[in-house]
Ligand binder design. Sequence first.
Ligand SMILES: Nc1ncnc2c1ncn2[C@@H]1O[C@H](COP(=O)(O)OP(=O)(O)O)[C@@H](O)[C@H]1O
Ligand SMILES: C[C@@](O)(CCOP(=O)(O)OP(=O)(O)O)CC(=O)O
Length: 519
Amino acid sequence: MAQSSMSSSKHTVVSSPGKVLLAGGYLVLERAFSGLVVATSSRFYSSATHLPSTSAAPASSTEARISVRAGQFPRKQSEWIYKLSITDGAMHLDQMNEAQAGSNKFIYLTLLQTMAVAYEKIVAEEGQGGEEAAKELLDRITQGGKTAGLDIVVLADNDFYSQREQLSALSLPTHINSLSSLEPFTPLPRPIAQTNKTGLGSSAALVTSLVASLLSHLGIVTIPSSHLSDQSTSTSDLGLVHSVAQFIHCLAQGKVGSGFDVSSAVFGTHIYTRFSPSILTPLMHDPADHIPLNAQPTLLPILDPSKWDQRNSSFRLPRGLRLILADVDAGTDTPSFVGKVLKWRKENPEVSDELWRGLDTANMQLERLLSELAGKEGERDYSGTISRMAERGIEGNEANPVANLLHEIRTTLFAIRGFQRKMSELSGVPIEPPEQTRLIDACSELPGVIGGGVPGAGGFDALFLLIIDDPSVIARVDGLWSSWKEMSVCPLLARQSDGGLRVENVGEVAGLRAALTRS
Ligand SMILES: Nc1ncnc2c1ncn2[C@@H]1O[C@H](COP(=O)(O)OP(=O)(O)O)[C@@H](O)[C@H]1O
Ligand SMILES: C[C@@](O)(CCOP(=O)(O)OP(=O)(O)O)CC(=O)O
């Protein structure tokens, strides 16, 4: 197990999946509507172990060092070192190397607020606040003053960042199969800010896995293990990780989004209905930049999962179908899309209400059809029908309910795109721009492709296809993508996955041990 209670070798690795909002972009910002969020097989890993003491950072029971390194990026600018100390009746977190590495708001806020939650949990366990509880927290971090603190490494599967340059450096074509030739956690040449992201939600997966690995390492929560035999997690532990990660992610982004990305990083694939943004309002204004050593908790009463009202209903893609994704080489400024669409909606309530309702009906129809198809997996002709469809267009067949469902799924995907184009036309925001329409239409004509669309906020960033999971279909899609001239289309390796947050066994994740020890 990666998580062990042996004092000197305690090592906790927690991973979170990336996300694709298959349906429900913009609508999911409102509690009246839901989104279909699919978690990806590509994951973000946060590893926590002890930091050996050195003369510069001696072991101490009154302060701790916390070093966080983004393991696949150039070390000099991608290792953030902090000191956590007790001074003037509060705990303070100060970065020691800002001049060299710059700051990383997502990491800093995750450390500060997670430590604040850990402090409040210790106060609740021990019944008293103040320096005693803060010292107990420092003790857990430094293993009773025997180590300097925590050594954290964060690593994202290759899919989270564009691998175009890495493929071309190895003279590999931009094909799905080429991606598996890249070394896991391939080193990237530039710092994070100069690296192109692919839209899998790196910051949500980072914050979620880091919150979980810290709280788990410090003995505050138990996270499910990748080993099915070890399922001792309570749902309230996952709920706490969820609310803490939502809070931190909103704080770091400077806004309260729908939170579907953090929710899928915790719970995996599901139908998501957002939390009321007012839950977080008291914490969003004027957040503390230190941890006051109060006896009364300030975060836990708000982050108590029982006070949160988001809904996750179970959903998964049927067997035999595969979700494939591509990164399209043209950036989209999602925040400005959201602002513009919402402004248009506010100015045009009647037209937009009708459009939102129509799109929601199509989105929910997609969910119903996919669930109905999943319900037929046990039927005799299920696999046969699916594989026959790999070779031809998706056609209905009166005598075959599986074929009919596949055909209805295709029609619904087209209907959703129709609504998204209407949204684009009316709001002036290119949610499904004509370049994407041409590409997705061409892909949808290939035998074995059920349909596709633009995920999340849409734009020029990415596209998804729902296909029959068969090598011949993948080969056809690969061929079309690599020869497409109007935009540069680079596939991702990820497929859909149901799992959410989990503790990993280091030896069982390909390339993880090597990446953790890479200097
Ligand atoms: N591998 C990583 N290591 C450390 N921080 C990361 C990493 N990946 C992303 N981040 C943080 O997340 C930020 C990007 O967040 P954001 O722009 O919201 O992207 P996304 O849409 O992928 O979530 C980066 O500026 C950085 O602070
Ligand atoms: C518009 C949205 O409903 C969906 C945006 O989804 P994306 O997957 O496009 O998001 P980014 O990771 O920020 O690029 C906004 C929201 O739900 O917060």
